[in-house]
Design a protein around this ligand. Structure first.
Ligand code: F6R
Length: 248
């Protein structure tokens, strides 16, 4: 695992965008695994800038998002469909037919999850998976206790995650209790992982992820077992690490 510590979150976002853009230039038809939440927003802004100012081309890219709330239609302002189109897709030249986001309104969720797994496979697997991390160590919506071999499925969100995400809704009761999420096993099959984190609220989760034992209590710790995982964090998120990691 490569740990890259930057002075501030703006630099984290730029570094992550640089890594993604390098892959995109090398492999224009790459398959990207994308995340939502506050963490990737700065990286998406930088990717939009690279597209507009430097012609970074997304026309052949295929994308798969990590997760989506169950019960929110794509038009809902807090759905991850809406998030992705507002914050990235509508600003770049991605082909809408190449975009995949779990369907929170699917009639048969189990069948949908199976289809999602098969579609990832059919597209050749994910080349680079972007990950944020929950303060409780979740990745995607794989909450503490998730099987480390899990595949795309429906999950109940923990109280902590509902509390953390309540800031995006009118109140905590409006946060959906269920989500469709790629599994930990699905994520681990990506050829490369890029986990980003910023802020002191993530310091414990980052310490567990980088230095703790691998355990289902902190699903993010599994990234230690990935052959090509890069963790890009700011100094606040790195503040509880024992080791000093200089990165590149
Ligand atoms: C979102 C996702 C979540 C977030 C995590 C951190 O697609 O997979 O695991 O990455 O909840 O959220 P933020 O970035 O808002 O702190």
């Amino acid at each position: 695992m490569l740990v890259v510590t930057k002075d501030n979150f703006d630099e984290v976002s730029k570094e992550a965008a640089k890594l993604l853009a390098t892959l995109l230039r090398r492999k224009p038809d790459c398959v990207l695994g994308l995340a939502t939440g506050s963490t990737p927003l700065g990286m998406y802004k930088e990717l939009i800038r690279l597209h507009k100012e430097e012609g970074l081309d997304f026309s052949k890219v295929i994308t798969f998002n990590l997760d989506e709330y169950v019960g929110l239609p794509p038009s809902h302002s807090q759905s991850y469909h809406y998030f992705m189109w507002e914050n990235l897709f509508k600003h770049i030249n991605v082909d809408p037919r190449h975009v995949h986001i779990p369907m929170g309104m699917a009639e048969n969720i189990d069948e949908f999850c199976q289809w999602y797994e098969e579609k990832i496979e059919e597209c050749g697997g994910i080349d680079l998976q972007i990950l944020g991390i929950g303060a409780n160590g979740h990745i995607a919506f794989n909450e503490p206790g998730s099987s480390l071999g899990s595949r795309t499925r429906i999950k109940t969100l923990s109280d902590k995650t509902c509390e953390d995400n309540a800031r995006f809704f009118e109140n905590k009761d409006e946060v959906p209790r269920y989500a469709i999420t790629m599994g930990v096993g699905t994520i681990m099959q990506a050829r490369e992982l890029l986990l980003m984190a910023g802020g002191a609220a993530k310091a414990d989760a980052i310490k567990a992820t980088v230095e703790g034992p691998v355990m289902a209590k902190y699903p993010a710790t599994i990234v230690q077992l990935h052959q090509f995982a890069t963790v890009v964090i700011d100094s606040a998120a790195a503040s509880k690490l024992d080791g000093s990691y200089s990165g590149f």
